[in-house]
Write a protein that binds this ligand. Structure first.
Ligand SMILES: [Zn+2]
Length: 231
C-alpha cells in the first residue's frame, strides 16, 4: 500500500520538495519513503514518512546487512533528519538551496591584488515575487566598490564588523532565475590582497546576506570568506 495522498502531500509541503537528508531541491524526482519498510510492519502514516531525493532514497533503501558496506541509515536517524529539516523550513529561516546561488567572477588579477565581482542569483520556484530587498554584508576590512547599491552602515554580528549594502527590485516571475547583483548595472566588486588574505588566517571571516521578498519570510545565509576568492 502506498501512502494516502494526503500524507504524501503533507510530506512534500513540509519538506519543500527538498530531500530531508542532503537538502537538495528535488522537484518531481522527490520520493516519499517509508522509514520503516512496509514489509517490516511500517505504517502508511506521516510519522513513518520522509521525503528523499533519488540518490538518498537509493542509499537509504539499499543496505545489505550480510555485506555491510559503509554506514546504515537507521529509522531513528532518518526521523531526526526529517524533523530537523521540517523545523528549519517551518521557521522560514532556512536557505532553500535551489533559491540562492552565490558566485563570483574575477575581474582583475595581479600578484598583489585580485578583484572579484559578486554574482547573486535567485530562483523563485513556483512563486511570484512582487518586490524584494537584498542586504549583502562584507567583512568591514574588505574594500568594496558598488554600482546601484546603497551603502547603508556598519553592523556587528557575533562580534564581527560588516559593511552593509542594499539593493531593491521588482517582480520575479514563477520559474524565473534572476540575477540580483552581478554582471550588469548593479554590481559589487571587492579586492583581496595579501593583508586581507592574512587577516583570514583562521578562516573565520564570512560574507553574509539577507533576502527579504514578498514571497517568503526573510532568507539568510553566509559563505566562508575563503570561498569568495582564489587569492
Ligand atoms: Zn538527498
Amino acid at each position: 500500500m502506498p501512502f494516502p495522498s494526503l500524507v504524501r502531500e503533507d510530506v512534500l509541503v513540509k519538506s519543500g520538495r527538498c530531500c530531508c537528508v542532503c537538502h537538495n531541491f528535488s522537484g518531481r524526482s522527490i520520493n516519499v519513503h517509508h522509514i520503516i519498510q512496509e514489509a517490516d510492519g511500517g505504517p502508511n502514516t506521516l510519522e513513518n514518512a520522509i521525503a528523499l531525493c533519488l540518490s538518498c532514497h537509493a542509499e537509504a533503501g539499499h543496505f545489505n546487512s550480510r555485506h555491510p558496506l559503509g554506514t546504515k541509515y537507521s529509522p531513528k536517524e532518518l526521523r531526526r533528519h526529517r524533523d530537523v529539516w521540517w523545523a528549519a523550513i517551518e521557521s522560514g529561516r532556512v536557505i532553500p538551496p535551489y533559491n540562492v546561488q552565490i558566485l563570483w567572477k574575477r575581474t582583475h588579477l595581479s600578484q598583489a591584488l585580485h578583484t572579484y565581482r559578486l554574482i547573486f542569483q535567485f530562483a523563485n520556484g513556483d512563486h511570484l515575487v512582487t518586490d524584494w530587498k537584498l542586504h549583502i554584508l562584507f567583512p568591514a576590512k574588505v574594500t568594496v566598490r558598488t554600482q546601484n547599491l546603497s551603502d547603508l552602515d556598519y553592523v556587528r554580528i557575533e562580534g564581527r564588523k560588516y559593511s552593509r549594502y542594499e539593493v531593491t527590485g521588482g517582480k520575479i516571475f514563477p520559474g524565473e532565475e534572476a540575477e540580483l547583483v552581478g554582471l550588469s548595472l548593479t554590481f559589487a566588486e571587492y579586492d583581496v590582497d595579501d593583508e586581507l588574505y592574512e587577516a583570514d588566517r583562521d578562516g573565520k571571516m564570512t560574507f553574509r546576506w539577507i533576502l527579504y521578498s514578498s514571497s517568503s519570510t526573510p532568507l539568510e545565509g553566509f559563505n566562508e570568506w575563503r570561498n569568495m576568492h582564489e587569492f
